[in-house]
Ligand binder design. Structure first.
Ligand code: CU
Length: 150
């Protein structure tokens, strides 16, 4: 009986830690086309902190085919992207001090990787969030949905 209890405790530990990794730390790949490898992501508010790892598997430079990952509420995405254009590459196409930007990586080019960590405090469970690439001309096609669970 003692052994059975121990193995159940061990199993639930494995399941719990696996779920936490899947939901709180995620990999997204981009390349020399206008697509994210993942267009639906789910994070749990209970993560506390979420990390997005962005990897550019293409060959083109950041000035030609740069990509970033910028999270906003769904209703803010288009305006955040258009304000970001004016900010330029030096600012990673994200307007300084734009409070509607919930998380953003820098712009990366082929062969580069970056990541961003952000608190889930500002996210509402069940809320609608979109991530876009704000590189000029990319945001209308290069986007995905972030779902927030409890
Ligand atoms: Cu892009």
């Amino acid at each position: 009986m003692k052994i059975l209890v121990k193995s159940i405790a061990f199993l639930s530990l494995i399941v719990t830690s696996h779920a936490a990794v899947a939901a709180c730390n995620m990999d997204v790949e981009v390349g020399d086309a206008l697509t994210f490898s993942v267009t639906q992501m789910t994070v749990e508010k209970s993560c506390g902190n979420v990390t997005i790892n962005l990897k550019h598997t293409g060959k083109l430079a950041s000035s030609v085919m740069g990509h970033n990952w910028v999270l906003t509420k769904d209703t803010d995405a288009n305006d955040v992207a258009s304000k970001g254009l004016a900010a330029g590459l030096a600012n990673n196409y994200v307007a300084a001090g734009d409070a509607r930007v919930l998380a953003a990586t820098k712009i990366i080019g082929g062969g580069e990787s970056t990541s961003v960590s952000f608190s889930t405090e500002a996210l509402t469970a069940g809320g609608k969030y979109i991530y876009v690439c704000t590189f000029p001309g990319h945001s209308f096609v290069m986007r995905g949905t972030l779902n927030v669970g409890a």
